[in-house]
Write a protein that binds this ligand. Sequence first.
Ligand code: ADP
Length: 440
Amino acid sequence: MSKDYLRFFYILLIALMIGLIFDHVFAVLFFTTLACLIWQQQKISQLLRWLQNRKTTVAPEVPGHFEDICREIDRFQLRYKKRKKKLSGYLQQFHQATSALPDATIVLDDENRIQWANKAAEGFLNIHWPQDQRQRITNLIRSPELVRYLEANDQDRKNTVEIISPRNPELHLSLRIVPYGKDQHLFVARDVTQLQKLIEVRKDFVANVSHELRTPLTVLRGYLESMLQSNQKYPKQWLSALEDMSQQTERMNDVISDLLTISRLEENQLVPQHEIVIVPEMIGKIHEEAVNLSGTKQHLFEISVEPNLWIKGSSSEIYTAFSNLVFNAVRYTDNGGLIRIHWYSDKDRNAYMEITDNGIGIPPNDIPRLTERFYRVEQSRSRDNGGSGLGLSIVKHVLSRHKSTLEIESTLGEGSTFRCVFPKEIVVSDPVKDVDQPAG
Ligand code: ADP
């Protein structure tokens, strides 16, 4: 039995004896129990006061349960203090680390309001912590790209978006939003000015070199052509050398025109939205050219088009993309092979351009890399066919400028399918009503 119960038992025993002596057992027992209860209540109130204000009041000094409770509370308090100290140490370290980060880091809530920002956010984005706490980020950074990015779904936000810093127009920033926790987002802005400069230098270099090479190459081609056409009799070994030289200058010319096409695509940031591309007509022209290219190889063409399926965009760019795909099908399909060109839409009115051949096909490992610049499956098979290795890179570039994508399926030795997927936003919804001045 605990001490508290024993004490209570002795008090009742003494009260019983006094009651018996004075012949008032019940009255004495009743008042003694009442006194005990009042005393207990007082001690509980004292304990409560002590818990509420531990610094200025003293703990109730009663042996037994009260003493144990006070000791437990003290121990618990000590443990809590230690844990708090440890946590605030971690928090301080976290703040120091994120403040030292060279990238601007901002925590946003589900309504894009600022919950926290590090020091770099001030230099890059003019966002001051804690002054800008709970401000909507779009009120502080006025950028349509950022608004579009914030409105995109999590899948689209996996890509980064680039903006000019609102604080310093010389700074190029790459933005990324990562969801974390419950309805929170980490907004990270990285300085990509140097990278941007390098890209510009590369673009300028390629454009300038290609341009500069064009003139000497035209002269060379001219001389070679006239030498080959002249009636002059060259020794046999010279004649084949001249033919080789002519072939190689033609290849160089193709590479240079493809490089210039890429430079042009990179220079023009915007695709004309008002221009209408009448794809069925365009396919007719490409078909004629493909038949010419096929020549004696006698490929079989199967064409099926949806006549009223038109898109908005740049006719010349779309022509370049489609013709590249169709000419590739001709180049990489054996004599007499079948080439199918299919232009159609699905029920949501997304449009598809599908070019299928039963040619040599592509090994699975090469498919993901086909759209890289100068990537060729086997050096020899492209060179034999006069390819520059830039065609599919141009196609991808053109499609991404039209918010569209390229899908490639292929089986080695059986054939390939190249599919351009155009979203319904760029498909002309009602060709008869919507078009004033179409361009073919
Ligand atoms: P190239 O000018 O060398 O054809 P592309 O960028 O157009 O360059 O194509 C890259 C590579 O993809 C080519 O080297 C070729 O091997 C392969 N390729 C492209 N189209 C086809 C096709 N229809 N069938 C088989 N291989 C293809």
